[in-house]
Design a protein around this ligand. Sequence first.
Ligand SMILES: [Zn+2]
Length: 434
Amino acid sequence: MQINNCFDSHLHWQGIGSFKSRLSLSSLKSAHDLKKLTMSDCHYRESWLLGHGWLDSFCLEGMSPRDTLDTLFPHTPVYFTTPDIHSVRLNSLAIKRLGIDSSSWKLNYKNYVDSKENKLLGAFHDLAKDFIDQKLPAYTDSQVKQHLLEAQKVIHQAGVTHIRDLTCSEQQFRMACELEKSNQLSMVVDLFFKLNHFDHLSSHIQTVKKMSSVPTQNLNIKGVKVFIDGALGSGGALLSEKYLNGHQGFTLFSQDELKEIFIQCYANNLELAFHVIGDQACDNVCSVALELQKKGVTGTLHLEHVQILSTETIRKIAQLGATCHMQPQHWCSDKKWLSEKISPQLISKSFRWADLDKAKIPFYFGSDAPVEDMSVGHLLFCLKQAEKDGIANISKSSLSRALSYPGNLRGSTFISQDGRVEKVLFDNNIVYQS
Ligand SMILES: [Zn+2]
């Protein structure tokens, strides 16, 4: 099988490299096993130890994550992310350094932390994690450059020559430009810059505009990424009905704020990419966009994940001419616990790529790496698996469109019968061969 311009339409470029450089916790059975892992310089951000793949089942008997990590790391600030990256575990030293033990912080973020009798248990989710991420010591320029290069290797190995990066930063863009100048960049990259807070909207737009005036060949600054809700796993995705535990998810922006985001970004010719996992989150975005469309406010709209969708929202997406970006790998990961979290009605509205196809809505597939492993073979396997589990599949021609970046032919990926990537060409150069 050959795929032209093999495209991963939703990933985190630097994240792939920086996660690779984190201490991998995936082989642990219990926190005791941490002693067996070898730590090296790349696992640290200044003095902080960063790890990925933490599960609370690793905790020492009867202990919280915080107490467990305190026992093992009394003198090192520790930051361990969970497999879905929406949550982080910290020890006491990390909590102290971040200054998040104050009652006002705890009150502000009470919905996004685990605590008992006003003591933080060391687990921080979604918004609280976002806050923490912004306070971590920064990576150096050379670390960032290294992450981008490492990630490019992973991307080529996965068979991909065209990517869409959803979390670019000014520093990352500068380093990517340096890679391009020194002929080390061999892929096409569409870039979106994440808006962290509504109050930053105008300055964020100005920064993105300023960067988009830098002449580049393969780095395309597209626009702004906005997180609307959280993940299903952490119960943050905004749903039209309650989770089985009684919550309903959260939204980060009011409808009025959304309106302003649309107006300002479109006025500046920037595309918008909304992270919408829950059906209600997606419907909220589409309703605002439709209202504005009637007033002549239009632009390019992307909807990321769209894991659960109502038929009514699919109709709105079609009317808006929006593009959806989905990850079949999430089905394989989420199906293990989905029925414990949400109702059968909501499950029946999940992963509707076939219905998007029927409604002639353009959509692309991606991996959300480093959240999921990146490989075209695995993506195809997950699509087949989903079909076996009762999720309608799409035709071969729709599939090849969903896997290919539109435009001039730059990349060719050759895949064996058993789904292995054999060879990847970019601009006629071999960038990967098995
Ligand atoms: Zn993502």
